[in-house]
Design a protein around this ligand. Structure first.
Ligand SMILES: [Zn+2]
Length: 87
């Protein structure tokens, strides 16, 4: 099942949702339970949440991990800003 990045307009939390592509039901914010959410079309590297290749090594030790995480943060914040939100 593919996963999608969403952001909550109420509390501005960004989160990931796994669901079928055909599923168009409202996405509920895991933090405040608001259904006022929007999909973010940015790619956040999943290696930060799933340490499949390096299960024994701390996340921060992966080469380039810190840089990529910052890029992901920037991408999310930029997307939120484009939508008129100030994270
Ligand atoms: Zn929320």
């Amino acid at each position: 099942m593919p996963s999608y990045d969403f952001a909550c307009k109420s509390c501005r939390k960004a989160f990931e949702v796994r669901r079928r592509m055909s599923d168009e039901s409202p996405v509920t914010c895991p933090k405040c339970a608001s259904e006022d959410t929007i999909q973010l079309f940015v790619t956040v590297p999943t290696m930060f949440t799933r340490k499949i290749d390096h299960p024994d090594s701390p996340l921060d030790d992966l080469p380039g991990a810190e840089k990529m995480r910052k890029q992901a943060d920037v991408a999310i914040h930029r997307a939120l800003k484009d939508m008129g939100m100030n994270p």
